[in-house]
Design a protein around this ligand. Sequence first.
Ligand SMILES: [Zn+2]
Length: 88
Amino acid sequence: MSLAQIPPLPPECLEVLNHVWDYLDGQLNDETTERLRAHIAECRQCFEYKTFQENFCDAVHSLAERPGASPGLRARVLDSLRHEGFAG
Ligand SMILES: [Zn+2]
């Protein structure tokens, strides 16, 4: 199966894919935030994507906030997150 056989995502889903970090960061304007929130609420695919990114973000933040977390440890944790399915 080649990439060309994957059906294109609806524009609403593409918007979530492209802006999920800004959305989680509260960087989007009210209108866009509301549009993404409404779509995520009704689209299982986007909901799961957003939840993935949110958990990943939380994990990275909690690691970053821990004093003494070495770059090596961070890389190992990120690696294991990836193994658990958190594709970066
Ligand atoms: Zn969607």
